[in-house]
Design a protein around this ligand. Sequence first.
Ligand SMILES: N[C@@H](CCC(=O)N[C@@H](CS)C(=O)NCC(=O)O)C(=O)O
Length: 229
Amino acid sequence: MAIAFYDLMGQDGRNFSPYCWRTRLALAHKGLNYEHKGTAFTAIGQVGAGDMKTVPIIDDGGKMVGDSNAIADYLEATYPDRPSLFGGPGGRGMCYFFHSWTNAVVHAGLANMVIKDIHDHVCAEDKDYVRTSREKIFGAALEDVQAGREDRVEAFRASLTPLRLTVRSQAFLGGDTANYADYTVFGAFQWARTISDFQLVADDDPVFAWFLRVGELFDGLGRNTPGYY
Ligand SMILES: N[C@@H](CCC(=O)N[C@@H](CS)C(=O)NCC(=O)O)C(=O)O
């Protein structure tokens, strides 16, 4: 039976959740069949027993697993004969660094540049929830949070220097082939690509070339999903 994969659903088939992209690429990396289940923010509570608050969630023959890191660990432990996501315990540890860095630096840096765009692309039933919950987090109207992003983008680009220096001399964070670190960081940029035409990184930035490379993996899984570039 195929694994059921609960992903966030936006307007026009836009799957914008950065965490769900980590899981989607992990499933593809393992070569596992899955049934993609687009889910509104306001419908997450209806998945399974209703005890999970966030997506991604997978249902593997009745085994429900939520949280992208827990899912990656579950897939690695349950399907050890498939290509490894981490390349061993040391790789797992380093992938956790990329999780922390992505959340603390990349997500934090880009969220305030696309938050209004996110709102504009969520499905109709989620609009009020996203505005209310995110305005509470940011303490301001979404329009005001996003305003002036042209003045902040250079600082964001500068924060990507460690990533830039790495992927200009090797194809992937995993080396010659991609691993879960690539999927973790990719999710952040795919989040932006699916809902915003704002140019977060320059066309000639090695980070952009790396993003396109990851998007080409698994028959263009990342590239083929609706997005702006
Ligand atoms: N730690 C979780 C975070 C997942 C998460 O925050 N997912 C968002 C979608 S990108 C979500 O489901 N949010 C629910 C909400 O805001 O109500 C993971 O890595 O899976």
